[in-house]
Design a protein around this ligand. Structure first.
Ligand code: GMT
Length: 373
């Protein structure tokens, strides 16, 4: 089967899932075409049947914005004419629109190319709430041969908002438990950030407003004020990083917090943590939390969205969103029983191993292609 996978290249779970999926499918022998505006962060080409296609829309003085959707649609059409059996888009906006356009253009040649849409959260819960975008997303979700969501919570929420003929099929995020494992822990690396008797809290995100990164610093401040020798390692970059760094300065956190930016190889950084901390207002799944768990790092996170499905009482603690006292209690609970939670986290992550989840997509592809054929 020849599969076209469309995604964002930027730091963020949807691009990571799409890229790892493309890689996993290529390893299983499929011909995979990964299509994006630039090579996605985790993309490392090394398989002859995994092809990357960069879409660079032309510029012209008349354009205020480059016409990415149209260029992507044209590229999908050209690929579909010769080299694709189906298109799988990650993140509805604008990828599903481009896939739909390519599909319509092919229909005029009496050919049909099915497309699947995987929702990653903010595409249906936030962005598509714009009154201009809503009807377009609705149209493309209805035109998709299959719609998948990365958690039950997202599937329910999408259904509540769009009333599709069936609920989106749930296929959760996944992790390679060989690449992400406690064995990636390097004591020398850890010693660079924390002494053996200190608690190293780790966070990784794209610092978007939805991540509420300021709250992480307030939690750290709170822990220090009760005498806990804690440090915070902030991995990633994004719009609220500068603000967070400023807040850390105002709270006089000094070398208790490190902002280290983005890294392609994140597993060793996650693996040195004692707790993975999140403060998001919403997470459709929480891929970074899953990757930390696979490294044997328990998660403390707000009880929102897909995090409620991911974090079990054995693998971490959930707290009511924005309740910082509850977050502090949750961290203390975890660090007092660290060995038990470590094992629980690693065990829980195995349920989402790449080897279990990719076959769910394969089955879906088979169903779609046979329906067409
Ligand atoms: O979290 C982000 O801002 C990035 C976003 C994305 O679309 O790349 O992540 C979303 O998709 C991930 C992969 O499915 C999920 O693990 C994240 O929970 C989800 N983020 C949100 O829902 C905020």
């Amino acid at each position: 089967m020849r599969i076209g996978i469309v995604c964002y290249p930027t730091i963020g779970g949807s691009g990571v899932v799409a890229t790892e999926l493309a890689h996993g499918l290529a390893c299983r022998g499929y011909e995979v075409h990964l299509i994006s505006s630039e090579p996605p962060v985790r993309f490392t080409a090394c398989l002859p049947n995994l092809h990357f296609h960069q879409v660079v829309p032309p510029d012209y003085p008349v354009f205020r914005y480059r016409p990415y959707e149209s260029a992507l649609a044209g590229r999908l059409l050209r690929l579909a004419e010769r080299r694709l059996d189906l298109i799988h888009v990650h993140y509805a906006i604008p990828h599903a629109v481009s896939a739909y356009l390519a599909q319509q253009a092919l229909l005029s040649q009496q050919k049909f190319i099915p497309f699947l849409t995987t929702l990653h959260g903010t595409d249906t819960t936030l962005v598509s709430q714009d009154p201009d975008l809503y009807p377009v997303v609705e149209l493309t979700l209805r035109a998709s041969s299959e719609v998948t969501a990365v958690s039950e919570a997202l599937s329910r929420e999408t259904q509540r908002r769009f009333r599709l003929s069936v609920f989106p099929t749930v296929i959760p995020n996944f992790v390679d438990t060989i690449k992400f494992s406690p064995e990636r822990r390097d004591e020398t690396l850890r010693a660079a950030y924390a002494a053996p008797d200190e608690i190293l809290i780790v966070h990784a995100s794209n610092f978007r407003p939805i991540k509420r990164t300021a709250l992480l610093l307030h939690i750290l401040d709170d822990l220090i004020s009760i005498g806990l020798p804690a440090r915070l390692l902030m991995i990633g970059d994004g719009p609220e990083r500068a603000q967070s760094e400023h807040l850390a300065h105002e709270l006089q956190l000094g070398d208790r917090v490190y902002f280290i930016g983005s890294y392609q190889e994140i597993a060793p950084l996650l693996a040195i943590g004692d707790v993975f901390l999140m403060t998001s207002a919403y997470e459709s799944f929480g891929l970074a939390a899953l990757e930390a768990m696979a490294c044997g790092v328990p998660v403390v996170a707000p009880a929102v969205g897909g995090l409620i499905e991911l974090v079990t009482p054995e693998s971490g603690e959930l707290y009511p969103p924005e309740n910082l006292t509850a977050a502090r209690r949750a961290i203390l609970q975890v660090i007092q029983n660290l060995d038990i939670y470590r094992k629980g986290a690693q065990e829980r992550a195995k349920a989402f191993d790449v080897a279990r989840i990719i076959p769910l997509y394969e089955r879906l592809y088979e169903r779609v292609v046979h329906r067409v054929g």
